[in-house]
Design a protein around this ligand. Sequence first.
Ligand code: SF4
Ligand code: SF4
Ligand code: SF4
Length: 289
Amino acid sequence: MATSCSGRRNIQGHPCFGGDHRKNGRIHLAVAPRCTIKCAYCTRKHDCVNESRPGVASRILTPQEALEKVREVVASETLGPIIKVVGIAGPGDPLANEETFETFRLVREEFPHLVKCLSTNGLLLPETVDRLGALGLGSLTITINAIDPAVGAKIYSHIFYQGKRYSGAEGASILIANQLEGLARAAELGIVVKINTVLIPGVNDGEIELISRRVKALGAAVMNVMPLIPQADMAHVSPPSPKYLEEVRSIGERVIGQFRNCRQCRADAVGLIGEEGAGARCAVPAAGG
Ligand code: SF4
Ligand code: SF4
Ligand code: SF4
């Protein structure tokens, strides 16, 4: 994996990290169904990271099927030239699925020029980040919604970690500590890190500035504040207005660059951001995007 002069891996053109999203696209491989935490905004009936509308769910691929999908897309006259990134973003948490690692191994062997990208809730990062680095991961997105475990407890009802279930602030504090530790290690390895934060009015508004400071200090490159999509246990919460979202992003921007082109794509999206056609614009802000 090439690195830039700053020591960061080369992900030039990556549309989710500020590259030209009118020219450069990505393919998502839905190889990761399992998850290790429960976010209040997740229904678990559809793609976690990515799809919230009833009736639209991606088919889970095996690593071999995923490789075949990449072959097909790369060979396609229309998509082949624009695909720069292979991403794994769900539908569950990629790191909770061994298939994620096998898929990257296969893709890397055959398509070393494609940027490997992953989105995660971060719980399992400390124990997997070195493996990801060795597999040539170029970019990583971690969804961090809180720094204060008491706020985290309102968002994450429980986590499963090392064979045990932890709920409330206890679970949230393990999750948050692992997210931050994993972020620091990923940045040390030169992986380019984006932080996704789901803005949940009345719940984590007060955390945004703190999150931006902590993640910047630990080496994150960019932040993506995403509006809540009200569903599941948060179906009753009003999403932020576009104006409020922009105000919050401006607060974060004083500390760390803000990514504003996110369209909250689904886990099996292919092509240019926002141009997958009917049925492809998604919704959930969970592990990924
Ligand atoms: Fe759902 Fe993703 Fe949260 Fe897991 S990390 S509970 S799949 S939103
Ligand atoms: Fe990577 Fe997320 Fe963009 Fe997919 S949506 S390519 S996983 S940053
Ligand atoms: Fe990029 Fe957002 Fe889509 Fe991820 S969900 S590929 S960050 S536009």
